[in-house]
Write a protein that binds this ligand. Sequence first.
Ligand code: HEM
Length: 201
Amino acid sequence: MEMMLSWWRPSSRSKPNLVKQPEIQAKLFDEIQGVVGSEAEEVKEEELQRMPYLKAVILEGLRRHPPGHFVLPHAVTKEVKLNGYVIPVGEPGVASVNFMVAEMGRDEKVWKKPMEFRPERFMEGGEGQRIDLTGNKEITMMPFGIGRRICPGLELALLHLGYFVANLFKEFNWKVAYGEEIDVDQEKSEFTIVMKTAFRA
Ligand code: HEM
């Protein structure tokens, strides 16, 4: 992420994220200030519970830019028939099953204007209001996988995301560096999926 004292200018290319949409950043900042007050040195863990918009921002990030575009490859221990397809027994790679995590989050049948970064979809009245990341009720996005092999770090990851994002946005106003372009739609694969061109910090 880029922390700069320069100005923000709209990009002709992509829309998402808090740097490109300062109104989202302002709304988040107002929520944080409203909970911790302007004199607070840091946002504390227990205060995160009172920040629904922060949660919505994080969920929207995980929907639109899941760090893993797939889960870990899975294999069956017994032959299974799924939607008319036979999945034979075999090591992952021979007959492995995977899920298009990133595509699920961009499904137009579930998400309105899915390519837009719009945290409000996870707030009251939004199509993601009742999201269940464990997929027990329904599966509309699965950045942590679901079922038996769901990411065991889910709670820790969400807590850390909340804690870091809240404190970073409480402390700084994030802007795009003068003369630089950010394009969050351009991604590349490292250990996880990351932005092709990183923000300069
Ligand atoms: C934003 C942060 C994270 C995301 C998006 C994420 C996502 C995932 C995904 C998609 C899987 C594969 C699930 C599957 O195969 O069905 C996974 C597995 C796993 N994750 Fe995470 N993860 C995150 C953070 C963490 C953290 C913080 C930890 C540990 C402290 C962790 C530990 C693990 C482990 C051990 C597995 C393998 C579980 C198994 O195969 O049984 N993850 N994670």
